[in-house]
Design a protein around this ligand. Structure first.
Ligand SMILES: Cc1cc2nc3c(=O)[nH]c(=O)nc-3n(C[C@H](O)[C@H](O)[C@H](O)COP(=O)(O)OP(=O)(O)OC[C@H]3O[C@@H](n4cnc5c(N)ncnc54)[C@H](O)[C@@H]3O)c2cc1C
Length: 401
C-alpha cells in the first residue's frame, strides 16, 4: 500500500521501502532495486445505467466464474471490444448460463487486421477461434460494430439498448437501435497499466494508447529514469501474460547487472533468447491491446446525467461544466468536482475523466494523470498504526514538570 525511497548517506546507498499487508499483518521490506509488476486495471466507460446491480466488469466476471463457479446472471449480455468478452461469454456458456448477446464495438475488419500479428502465437489464436466456434454453435447473437447506449432497470439490470458505432466507437446518428432483455451485463473496454507505484516514486511516464494509456518510460533493459527502479509486466504496458514473464526476466537480469551480481557478457547471453521470445509475445499482445485501446470518442457522447465517479456520485454534466469553467487539467478537475477522490482512488473514473477532457480538446499529455496517494489500496487503520500502549506515546512534557 506504500512505497518510498529512503535517501542514502556516506555508508548506505538509497533504498526502496515497500510497505505491504500479508495475511493481515504489516510487512516492510527494503532493497537497493525495485521491480514494479503491479499489472493492469480494468478500463470502464460510463454508460447510463452502468451503476445498476447486475453490471459486472469483464475481469470480475472471469473471477466469479473461474474462482467461485458463480454465474453473473441467468440471461447475460457481454459487452467489450477484445478477446476477454469472447472468453467471458464462453465461460458463461460452459457453466450452463445463457448469453443473450455479445456486443463488440469493433467491426469485423478490425479483427481481421489483427490476425497476422496474432498468428505469431498460433496456440492462443487457435484457442480463441475455438471459443468463437463454440459460441457460434450455440447461436449466440453477436453484434460487431455495436455498443451499449444505455443499461435499463428499476432495482437491477433488466436490459440494455445497443446501437451501431463508427470505427472510433462513436454512436452513428440515426442508426438502428435494439433493446435486449438481460438480467446481467458483463462489460469492459480493455486494461490500462497500473502506474501508481511509479507515480509515488516520481518515475517519468508518457501516454501511449497502443500500450493501454499512461506507461512508465523505460529503456530496453526495463529501467526507469529513477536509478534502481525497473518496470515489468502489464504495469509497463499492457502486452499480456506471455510478454509479462519476459519483461519480468529482463528487469530482473538488468537489476542483477546494475547491482554487480552479473557480468555484461552473461547478461547479454541470458537476455538474447528472452528478447526473441518477447518480440513474439509482444506482437500478439500489442495486436490485442490495439483492439481495445482507449478512445475518448467512446465517452464524449454520454449524456450529462450519466454517473462517471461512482464513489462521489459525480455526473458527466458536472465534469463538463467544470471543464468549461477552466478545469483543463485532470487534477484541477478532481479538485473542482471531487471526481477521483473516493476509495477507488480514480482507478474506475480516472480514465473516463481523462476521456471527457480529451473530448473537450485537452490532450492526455496536457491534462495529465490523477495523482497517486498512499495507501494505494484500502487497508485497515490497525495496519497503519500497529499496536502500542497509550503510555508509550511521547507526549511533550510541559515546562514546569
Ligand atoms: C480476466 C482476465 C483474463 C485474461 N486472460 C488472458 C489470456 O487469456 N491470455 C493472456 O495472455 N493474458 C490474459 N490476461 C492478461 C494477463 O492476466 C496479464 O497480462 C498478466 O497477468 C500480467 O502479468 P503481471 O505480472 O504484469 O500482472 P498481474 O498478473 O495482474 O499481477 C499483478 C499483481 O500485483 C498486485 N498489485 C497491484 N497493485 C498492488 C498494490 N498496490 N499492492 C499490492 N499488490 C498490488 C495485484 O493484486 C496482482 O496480484 C487476462 C487478464 C484478465 C484480468
Amino acid at each position: 500500500w506504500h512505497v518510498g525511497l529512503l535517501p542514502g548517506n556516506a555508508d548506505n546507498a538509497p533504498r526502496f521501502e515497500v510497505s505491504a499487508l500479508a495475511a493481515e499483518s504489516r510487512r516492510q521490506a527494503q532493497g537497493r532495486a525495485l521491480v514494479v509488476a503491479t499489472g493492469a486495471i480494468e478500463r470502464f466507460y460510463p454508460r447510463p445505467g452502468w451503476t445498476l446491480p447486475g453490471v459486472v466488469g469483464l475481469g470480475a466476471a472471469t473471477l466469479m466464474l473461474k474462482a467461485s463457479g458463480v454465474l453473473p446472471g441467468r440471461r447475460v449480455a457481454v459487452v467489450g471490444p477484445g478477446p476477454l468478452a469472447v472468453s467471458v461469454a464462453r465461460l458463461i456458456v460452459d457453466a450452463g448460463g445463457e448469453v443473450v448477446a455479445i456486443c463488440d464495438p469493433n467491426p469485423l475488419h478490425a479483427w481481421l487486421k489483427a490476425l497476422p500479428a496474432m498468428a505469431r502465437q498460433p496456440g492462443r489464436l487457435a484457442r480463441g477461434s475455438a471459443w468463437l466456434a463454440g459460441l457460434a454453435l450455440k447461436a449466440v447473437p453477436t453484434y460487431r460494430g455495436w455498443d451499449v447506449r444505455a443499461i435499463h432497470g428499476e432495482q437491477d439490470v433488466e436490459g440494455m439498448t445497443v446501437g451501431r458505432v463508427d470505427g472510433q466507437w462513436r454512436p452513428l446518428p440515426q442508426s438502428e437501435e435494439r433493446s435486449i432483455a438481460a438480467d446481467a451485463v458483463c462489460i469492459g473496454y480493455g486494461f490500462a497499466p497500473a502506474t501508481d507505484v511509479y507515480q509515488l516514486l516520481g518515475a517519468a511516464r508518457r501516454y501511449d494508447s497502443a500500450l493501454g494509456g499512461w506507461t512508465p518510460v523505460l529503456d530496453r533493459g526495463q529501467r526507469s529514469n529513477v536509478p534502481g527502479l525497473y518496470g515489468a509486466g502489464d504495469s509497463a504496458g499492457v502486452l499480456g501474460a506471455a510478454a509479462a514473464s519476459d519483461t519480468g526476466r529482463i528487469a530482473a537480469l538488468s537489476a542483477a547487472l546494475d547491482l554487480g551480481y552479473l557480468d555484461a557478457v552473461t547478461y547479454e547471453r541470458k537476455i538474447r533468447a528472452t528478447r526473441r521470445s518477447l518480440a513474439r509475445a509482444a506482437s500478439f499482445g500489442s495486436a490485442v491491446t490495439r483492439l481495445v485501446q482507449p478512445r475518448a470518442t467512446a465517452v464524449g457522447w454520454v449524456p450529462d446525467h450519466t454517473v462517471v465517479c461512482r464513489c462521489e456520485d459525480i455526473h458527466a454534466g458536472e465534469l463538463r461544466a467544470a471543464i468549461a469553467a477552466g478545469a483543463q487539467e485532470i487534477n484541477a478537475l478532481k479538485a473542482a468536482t471531487r471526481c477521483g477522490m473516493g476509495p477507488c482512488g480514480g482507478r474506475v473514473c480516472g480514465e473516463a475523466a481523462g476521456a471527457l477532457l480529451e473530448s473537450a480538446g485537452f490532450s492526455r499529455e496536457r491534462s495529465g494523470q490523477l495523482t497517486a496517494r498512499a495507501p494505494l489500496r484500502p487497508v485497515p487503520l490497525s495496519a497503519l498504526t500497529g499496536s502500542f500502549d497509550y503510555g508509550d506515546i511521547p507526549f511533550p512534557q510541559t515546562a514546569d514538570t
